[in-house]
Design a binder for this molecule. Sequence first.
Ligand code: SAM
Length: 257
Amino acid sequence: TNFGFQTVRDEEKEKLVGNVFSSVAKKYDQMNDAMSLGIHRLWKKHFIKRLNPGNSALPMRILDVAGGTGDIAFGILDYATKENKDTRSKVIVADINADMLRVGLRRARDTPYLDAGRLEFVQQNAEVLDKIADNSIDLYTIAFGIRNCTHISKVLEQAYRVLKPGGVFSCLEFSKVRFAPLAELYRQYSFRFLPLMGTIIAGDRDSYEYLVESIQKFPDQETLARMIKDAGFTLSGKTGYENMTFGVAAIHTAVKL
Ligand code: SAM
C-alpha cells in the first residue's frame, strides 16, 4: 500500500504550510496587496457584503477559519456595525499558525472589537476545530485558507459539524480561469511575476512557488461545489458558486439544513 507514503506526504504538507506562513506572517498583508495588485481587498469586500453579516434579529456567532491576520473578521464586524447597526455579533478567528494569529491580534488592538468582547483568536486546525462545539455557529467563513489544508473533506466535515442547522458556510478561494486568453496571461503572471515579486519583497521565492503550486493543484469550481455537497450541505443558488475576476477566485456558499 502507499498509505505510509501518503502519511509522510501529509505531514510534510502541514510542515511546509506552517513554514510558509511563519516566514511571511509579518509581511503577509503587504505581500497580499502587492501580489494581487490590491484586488484581494475587492474580493474580500464583496465576499462580506453578500453574506450581509449582522442582518438577523439575534446576534450572530461567526467563525472565521484560517483567519490569519484578521482581514475577514474585521471586515465582518465593520459591516455588521456600520451597515446593520449590529453591535453584538461576535467573530472567532481560528488559525493553525501562531505567528499569523499574533499579527492578527496586534492588528485587532487598533479596532474597537477586542475590548468590546466581539473578537476572539484561537489556534485551531481547520480539520479538527476541537475547541468549537457542535451546532454552535451561525456563519462559517474561510478565505484563502482551505487550499492550504491537507484534507479539504475534513475541513468541510468540521464546518458542517460546528454550524447550527440553518447556518451558512462560505468560502473565498483561488479557482480556475476558464476564459482562454486570460488563462494564459494569468499563467504567465503566476509562474513568472509572482515568484519574482516574492523574491524581491519578502526575499522568499520558495513560499511563493508554493503559493502558485497550491493554486494549480486546488480543485476547480465544480469539483469544490461537489465536495461541499458531499459533506452534507445544500448549495446556494444554481451552482453554489460565484466567480470573481473571471474565476481567478470564486466564492462558494452553502447552507446546513
Ligand atoms: N483568511 C486570511 C486572509 O484572507 O487574509 C488569511 C489567508 S492565508 C493565505 C492562509 C491562512 O491559512 C494562514 O494564516 C495559515 O496559517 C492558515 N492555515 C493553513 N492551514 C491551516 C489549517 N489546517 N487550519 C487552520 N488554518 C490554516
